[in-house]
Design a protein around this ligand. Structure first.
Ligand code: HSE
Length: 419
């Protein structure tokens, strides 16, 4: 039996999991693995040092290799390497969400030109089967909405803030000590990671290309423990939500930002590092997929699934895995965040003056914004009062005007509320 030959770029956590998992498959042979430092001690059973190289070019130019598994992350040098590997006739399996979000369009085009595939099940929500189900089992649907928790680090931080009543800074420090958050946490806490993931996810779910520069993004660093407490009191949880909707005119509203979500909603129950994706389509209705969004073996599960999908078709047909290919011709039409309609939670610290609540009501009423709830408990000794407002659905542009006009109050937080 001839074996399918694999070259792996990167032997970090995911690479190690893939190497270990592939040992269970006698028809797959790992021919070479590129690493930054060949001499770094690695405790991986069956890993012969002769498999390692510091030269990734050697792997992509190796004519024996059928499939390149890219697990380096980041755009450089992964972008150039994958491009060359496709030109050299290799199929690609990657977990690189940033690369796909920024250069997916070009790379998929090159893949088509060379009759090769790029599979990326592990790039979005790690171990959760998502891309393959959307492209195959759900192919008969018009998917028009995705609501998801796609970043484990931020979900861990928000869950801890909620459970323990502590601040963002305190939880971040602890999460860094435990290895749940990186030393530079920007990519996760500012929403970049989730934005990369929802860009590609929305593109394949809607069958229209979504561009990363049109994805609105806000992170979790401004969420206060007081917002968590208040949200709870009002029947909500606060989560970093990646959302994408598309209408009949192909206008796609794709974003990542914190949201208050009802305690009864599916995503309210997704805690710590778990990811979940709620997909709504016709005729399927709403389905929810949840599980580990990162980690050595969950992510390896998705990478190995992709390798096996390619392996099962290799040498059988001229054109393999047609349903798994990306051949989008059309771009989605972007929607500006200022033109979107949302419900809002507003936390206000107001001077204890007569008529303040009436003033807030009037400013909103003048813009035709209806209030769903308004809460003021007591006046503090320093003669201020905390007022929490939840609005009905209104235009983002108008709520920003409201915030500007509340100039004799301090607006502590403005957070969108899921319907
Ligand atoms: N940094 C990601 C997260 C995992 O925290 O979910 C890899 O995509």
């Amino acid at each position: 039996m001839s074996k399918t030959k694999i070259g792996i770029l990167g032997l970090g956590t995911v690479g190690s999991g893939v190497f270990k998992t592939l040992k269970n498959f006698s028809d797959i042979e790992v021919v070479k693995i590129s690493v930054k430092n060949i001499n770094k001690p690695r405790n991986i059973d069956g890993l012969d040092k002769s498999l390692l190289t510091a030269n990734s070019e050697e792997i992509i130019n190796n004519s024996e290799i059928d499939v390149i598994v890219e697990l380096m992350g980041g755009v450089n040098p992964a972008y150039e390497l994958i491009k060359k590997a496709l030109e050299n006739g290799k199929h690609i399996v990657t977990a690189n969400k940033e690369l796909l979000a920024k250069h997916g369009e070009e790379l998929f085009k090159i893949a088509e030109e060379h009759n090769r595939v790029i599979l990326y099940e592990a790039a979005i929500a790690g171990g959760i089967p998502l891309i393959m189900p959307i492209k195959t089992i759900l192919a008969g649907n018009k998917i028009n909405k995705i609501h998801a928790i796609l970043n484990g680090t931020t979900n861990y931080i928000l869950t801890k803030m909620d459970n323990d009543g502590v601040s963002y800074e305190e939880v971040l420090k602890e999460a860094q000590e435990l290895g749940y958050a990186e030393t530079d946490p920007t990519g996760d806490v500012e929403g970049f990671d989730a934005a990369y993931k929802i860009t590609t996810l929305a593109t394949i779910a809607f069958n229209k290309r979504v561009k990363i520069e049109n994805v609105y993004r806000e992170g979790i660093t401004k969420i206060r423990k007081e917002d968590m407490a208040k949200a709870n009191e009002l029947g909500y949880k606060i989560k970093l939500i990646a959302t994408a909707t598309i209408n009949d005119k192909n206008e796609a509203d794709v974003r990542v930002h914190p949201m208050l979500i009802s305690k009864n909603a599916n995503l309210a129950h997704i805690n710590y590092v778990t990811n979940a994706i709620e997909i709504t389509g016709n005729p399927v209705g709403t389905v929810v997929l949840s599980g580990a969004g990162a980690g050595e073996f969950p992510t390896a599960s998705s990478v190995v699934g992709d390798i096996l999908a390619i392996n099962s078709e290799l040498n059988k047909n001229d054109y393999i895995l047609p349903m798994m290919r990306c051949r989008h011709e059309e771009n989605a039409i972007p929607v500006n965040i200022n033109d979107t309609f949302n419900k809002y939670y507003i936390s206000i610290t107001a001077p204890n003056a007569i008529g303040i609540i009436a003033k807030i009501g009037t400013i909103c009423a003048n813009k035709n914004i209806s209030l769903s709830s308004i809460l003021q408990k007591e006046v503090f000794k320093n003669k201020t009062a905390d007022i929490t407002v939840i609005t009905e659905k209104c235009q983002e542009k108008l709520i920003k005007e409201v915030v500007n006009e509340l100039n004799d109050c301090t607006v502590n937080s403005l957070i969108r509320v899921a319907e």
